[in-house]
Design a protein around this ligand. Structure first.
Ligand code: PEP
Ligand code: MN
Length: 267
């Protein structure tokens, strides 16, 4: 028996499908999540979100509570960001995902989002995991910056053990000695997690590489190894982005990503 139980393939052999709004991930349905690193204002969202919808994006992302390395960096708009995210998602009929950083904001974030993101830095915030484990909305659990695959699956176990079975795992790169890229995309972890667990596994090629020019190749690698989808940062004007501009794709670059991965799907 694995250290983790409910998350394991022994516990449940067939892959788990998860519903976010009207979209299903798992069972061969590939999930495309896209949007800015952070919700910056309503105008940017209204420029970006309809374009993403037209390209076939399933879920809109955007941070309102941002886990920034420096306390002096843009921290997100908080509730105003949540409001803008929900409103723009609704304007095109798409579900949204945003990060919950603190148990004290759980009810607030729950009100505004269709899926709750647990960020890398909070992967082992067990109080927070238990809290989202009590919710009836899907949770996207990002792998910790220095977490082993087993620790990641045990973090998922915390959520499942509380009764929430809707967990999507997200590989987002890990810390290694390599400094050319922001993180090192552990692409094989996708296959490992899918072998060990029935939960869907997606990849975030944006935080995994930290470099715009590597996002498309990394997304293709993710799809090739069997990821159930990708989450990509897109900004209408990355040079002006308040966070993660260097890894954000323009709308045009993102449309190229979509073309490249749909070509792969046809192969
Ligand atoms: C994010 O996706 O907004 C984010 C902060 O990513 P991570 O937690 O993987 O660093
Ligand atoms: Mn980001």
């Amino acid at each position: 028996m694995s250290a983790f139980q409910r998350a394991s393939r022994e516990y449940k052999q067939e892959g788990t499908n998860i519903q976010i709004g009207k979209v299903t991930v798992g069972g061969g349905n590939k999930l495309i999540i896209a949007g800015p690193c952070a919700v910056e204002n309503s105008e940017i969202m209204h420029r970006l979100v309809p374009a993403l919808k037209d390209m076939g994006v399933h879920v809109i992302r955007g941070g309102a509570f941002k886990p920034r390395t420096s306390p002096y960096s843009f921290q997100g708009l908080g509730e105003e960001g949540l409001r803008i995210l929900k409103e723009t998602g609704q304007s095109v009929g798409l579900p949204v995902v945003t990060e919950l950083m603190d148990v004290r904001d759980a009810e607030l974030v729950y009100e505004y989002t269709d899926m709750i993101q647990i960020g890398s830095r909070n992967m082992q915030n067990f109080t927070l995991l238990r809290e989202v484990g009590k919710m009836d909305k899907p949770v996207m659990l990002k792998r910790g910056l220095s977490a082993t695959i087993e620790e990641w699956l045990l973090a998922a176990e915390y959520i499942l053990a509380e009764g929430n079975h809707q967990v999507i795992l997200c590989e987002r790169g890990i810390r290694t000695f390599e400094s050319y890229t922001r993180n090192t995309l552990d692409v094989v972890a996708v296959a490992v997690a899918k072998n060990l667990s029935h939960l869907p596994v997606i990849v975030d090629p944006s935080h995994a590489t930290g470099r715009r020019e590597l996002v498309i190749p990394a997304a293709k690698a993710a799809m090739a190894i069997g990821a159930d989808g990708v989450m990509v940062e897109v900004h209408p004007n990355p040079a002006e982005a308040l966070s993660d501009g260097q890894q954000s794709l323009t709308i045009e670059e993102f449309s190229l990503l979509i073309k490249e991965i749909s070509k792969m799907a046809q192969l």
